[in-house]
Design a protein around this ligand. Structure first.
Ligand SMILES: *[C@@H]1O[C@H](CO)[C@@H](O)[C@H](O)[C@H]1NC(C)=O
Ligand SMILES: *[C@@H]1O[C@H](CO)[C@@H](O)[C@H](O)[C@H]1NC(C)=O
Ligand SMILES: *[C@@H]1O[C@H](CO)[C@@H](O)[C@H](O)[C@H]1NC(C)=O
Length: 394
């Protein structure tokens, strides 16, 4: 294992070196964003598309039909390995896993399956489950799940495809986090209609209420919004979910300012008053370790930056009697980041009375293998470097 990892590590350094002299980025690779120094143009058939100030990505040129080899149909073999992957007490986090990206990819809404977006691969999820990983956060786009308006009936085709990975995960004893990956926005505008948002979550909860291993994540990374609105949207989601009869599942609430752990104690203090009648509310925070905390650079500030950025949140959880989960984090494949990541995970583990888990961003079939944060087996750069390191935490 170690030997394989080393050889693959050398290979990926070679790929990285090759990439740096390449003029053009491959499909779905990063091609721009604050402090990005790599290629800013894409290979033929792909267009560098602005997604946010932190991230531009090579997406299929609109006129180009791209064939994809990924498939969502290979759910055939259920292993029973996962039934042993239940929570442990003392010295471990209850949940340890990865984000399973790709259903949220692309900017065309609703867009086309296999062109703009695809779904998580149950074969590689099964690999993680066999290693003991027990939580998978699966982003989706609200504009695809509820087409035309926030409170539209759920789209059956998208929901059915999305449910394949959800069901695979939960049937194998792990937890599936339904992540509305929308930054508090729908079709580019901040969601202000809390009633419609409540209906959306009521519809989602109705679809999944019989699955006790499903977790509802109200929205990914609210930012640049009125804090009262962030509170109200979270409360509306809670009310919609519980009102639909989903009373046994956990709910993850995210906060403003990209739900950053490092700013939680100053930005999101008001969220302590969210009210879940079932008392199954968990605060989901994200933390990256590069200079601006955006997760766009493989360089970490220092080997201790992980602990430094989350300890204020730990104190907040403790003093308010709340529970938290780190729903996104990553570090580049280098020794400074490795120490920063393990230092942070050791801190969470030592405080597992308030921290319930950690989830790496991200796995997913369409990440190019040379994306530094890609933990998609078998050749994602983070998988090659970090999988064995992370297995110590499951
Ligand atoms: C999305 O916004 C655009 C304008 O920005 C508008 O033309 C379109 O109708 C909107 N679509 C939906 C589904 O709201
Ligand atoms: C769902 O997946 C099938 C392939 O399994 C694909 O043909 C179809 O277009 C997908 N639909 C959506 C909306 O994702
Ligand atoms: C808030 O959290 C940050 C990041 O962990 C920490 O540096 C800071 O000391 C905390 N501030 C307070 C007032 O707890």
């Amino acid at each position: 294992m170690k030997r394989t990892a080393t050889i693959a590590g050398i290979a990926s350094i070679a790929i990285l070196a090759a990439t740096s002299v390449q003029a053009q980025q491959s499909g779905y690779g990063q091609c721009g964003g604050e402090s990005w120094t790599g290629a800013t143009t894409c290979v033929s058939g792909w267009t560098c598309t602005f997604l946010s100030e932190y991230y531009s990505q090579c997406l299929p040129s609109s006129s180009t039909l791209t064939t994809t080899t990924s498939s969502t149909t290979s759910s055939a073999t259920s292993t029973s390995a996962a039934s042993t992957a239940t929570s442990t007490s003392g010295g471990k986090l209850q949940w340890f896993g990865v984000d399973e990206s790709c259903a949220e990819f692309g900017t065309a809404m609703p867009g086309t399956w296999g062109v703009d977006f695809t779904f998580a691969d149950t074969t590689t999820i099964g690999e993680f489950i066999s290693q003991g990983f027990n939580i998978f956060r699966i982003p989706f786009a609200m504009e695809r799940m509820a087409q035309g308006s926030v409170d539209a009936a759920l789209d059956e085709a998208y929901l059915t495809n999305y449910s394949v990975a959800v069901n695979y995960i939960t049937e194998n004893g792990a937890y599936a986090v339904l992540d509305a990956h929308n930054y508090g926005r729908y079709n580019g505008s901040i969601i202000t209609d809390t009633t419609a948002f409540q209906t959306f979550w009521s519809n989602m909860a109705t679809a999944f209420k019989d699955n006790s291993n499903v977790i509802f994540d109200t929205n990914n990374e609210y930012h640049d919004m009125d804090e009262t609105l962030v509170f109200d949207l979270n409360q509306a989601a809670i009310d919609g979910i519980r009102g639909a009869g989903a009373t046994t599942q956990y709910i993850f609430a995210e906060g403003n300012s990209w739900t950053g752990a490092w700013t939680w104690n100053t930005t999101n203090d008001a969220l302590k008053d969210l009210d879940d009648p079932e008392d199954l509310l968990i605060y989901e925070m994200h933390q990256y370790l590069d200079s601006d905390g955006s997760g766009t650079s493989a360089t970490c500030v220092s080997s201790t930056i992980g602990v430094e950025r989350v300890e204020g949140a730990t104190a907040w959880l403790k003093s308010n009697g709340k529970l938290g989960i780190l729903g996104e984090y990553a570090g580049g494949p280098n020794s400074v980041c490795e120490d920063a990541v393990t230092g942070m995970l050791d801190h969470l583990t030592a405080n597992n009375d308030v921290w319930l888990g950690a989830v790496w961003w991200a796995a997913g079939p369409w990440w190019p293998a040379d994306t530094w944060a890609s933990i998609e087996p078998p050749s994602g750069q983070a998988y090659v470097y970090y999988d064995e390191i992370l297995q110590a935490y499951v």
